[in-house]
Write a protein that binds this ligand. Structure first.
Ligand code: AHR
Length: 321
């Protein structure tokens, strides 16, 4: 089923749900990380659309990548007495105190797209996320299959230090290539999930690895860093997608363009619609007291150059990216 069709079907289902359950009486505060990537911008846009469909009064606070701003925003939402709080936690640790405050105020908290480390899982109602370890493993498995027995030096662009997707995508990728001694991660550094940092760090990798001639593949924890790195590879006089294979995560429109041009090889899709299932879970909890499962898992799908990238680009480009 096409991406557009899936989005439309979820829209139809959500409208039907909104009609039945009437979420118009809900006020939700969303502490968003910022806008470091195309995927993040799409998540914000889709959250607004999903709120509007259900008549939810949505208040968004942009934390500009800072946990302290997220904590302030959560305290602000508690003071306003919202019905629920959504948080996309920039890093995994350091949330217990503020989540205790939300719990004391009886305001359910839902984690979007990233998880936290806590000894008390009662501090949040549910987490709507993908399996980020699995995403990394899918990328690693793809590279193993593509490379076969050839020796392959890999460079890795990690996401934001301390964030759950950076920790888990690294772990999953390492699991994917484990047992294949011909595949080696020779350099690994954070590019903070941004295009500009991805480019800058890749420039360093290229210089350190014989102008890039000793690099066989790039694994980036998101597409934006991959797109920045592709630029750096071209500027170094090499062909991304051929001289250096490129595999990343998110499936934003720009990576499909790069795939269509033969400059990127594979991406693992992360849906930007985390909020739809979160609104539905919150509404049901408010109405009936029924707690959702602790983890609402979204799908992860691998796309390669064989998947008609230009068609996917056309389908995705108007969807808030
Ligand atoms: O938490 C999801 C990750 O955050 C996305 O993969 C990345 O693009 C974003 O910044």
């Amino acid at each position: 089923m096409s991406y557009l069709k899936r989005m439309m079907m979820s829209t139809v289902a959500a409208v039907a749900f909104a009609g039945a359950a009437n979420a118009a009486d809900l006020t939700v505060g969303f502490s968003q990380i910022g806008s470091e990537s195309g995927w993040r911008a799409a998540e914000t846009a889709v959250t607004k659309i999903e709120a509007e469909k259900r008549g939810v009064d949505l208040k968004i606070a942009d934390a500009q990548q800072k946990q302290e701003n997220q904590i302030k925003a959560i305290r602000g939402f508690i003071a306003q007495g919202v019905d629920g709080i959504f948080v996309a936690p920039v890093v995994a640790t350091g949330w217990d105190a503020v989540l205790e405050e939300a719990k004391d105020a009886e305001i359910p908290v839902i984690l979007l797209d990233r998880t936290i480390e806590t000894a008390n899982p009662d501090l949040y109602l549910t987490a709507v996320t993908s399996d980020t370890v699995h995403e990394g493993k899918v990328a690693g498995d793809w590279l193993v299959k593509t490379i076969g027995d050839k020796p392959c030096n890999i460079v890795e662009l990690q996401g934001t230090v301390g964030s759950s997707p950076a920790i888990n995508r690294k772990k999953g990728f390492e699991e994917g290539i484990a047992g294949h001694a011909n595949l080696k991660i020779v350099r690994s550094q954070t590019g903070d999930f941004t295009r500009s940092k991805g480019k800058e760090v890749m420039e360093g990798f290229l210089k350190a690895e014989n102008g890039g001639k000793d690099i066989c593949a790039l694994y980036a924890h998101n597409d934006d860093m991959a797109v920045g790195a592709i630029q750096a590879i071209k500027e170094a006089g090499l062909k991304p997608g051929k001289d250096i294979l490129v595999v990343s995560i998110d499936a934003v429109p720009d990576i499909f363009k790069a795939m269509a041009d033969g400059e990127a090889n594979a991406t693992v899709e992360l849906t930007p619609n985390m909020a739809g299932p979160a609104f539905d879970a919150l509404k049901e909890f408010k109405d009936s007291g029924k707690a959702p499962p602790k983890w609402i898992q979204t799908e992860s799908k691998l796309y390669t150059q064989a998947d008609d990238p230009m068609k996917v680009y056309e389908e995705k480009k108007g969807l808030g990216y």
